[in-house]
Design a protein. Structure first.
Length: 65
């Protein structure tokens, strides 16, 4: 599938990979449930942030005992 990357690069027509479901606010304030697609260049950047988030979450879970 080719289309606009929904992450960082802003390119309009790139090969896309499905990232997951998202709930996002629209301009009217309504919350829309949809799908997030991103290109191969942006996905590793997302991966770094997800990895960080998971590590912090797990660390908090461990230290909360
Ligand atoms: Zn991209």
């Amino acid at each position: 599938m080719t289309g606009p990357c929904m992450l960082y690069c802003g390119r309009a027509a790139v090969p896309l990979q499905w990232v997951g479901s998202v709930k996002a606010p629209t301009r009217t304030g309504a919350i829309l449930t949809g799908d997030l697609y991103a290109c191969a260049d942006c996905l590793p950047h997302l991966g770094v942030m997800v990895e960080r988030h998971v590590q912090e979450r797990d660390l908090k879970a461990l230290t909360a005992r």
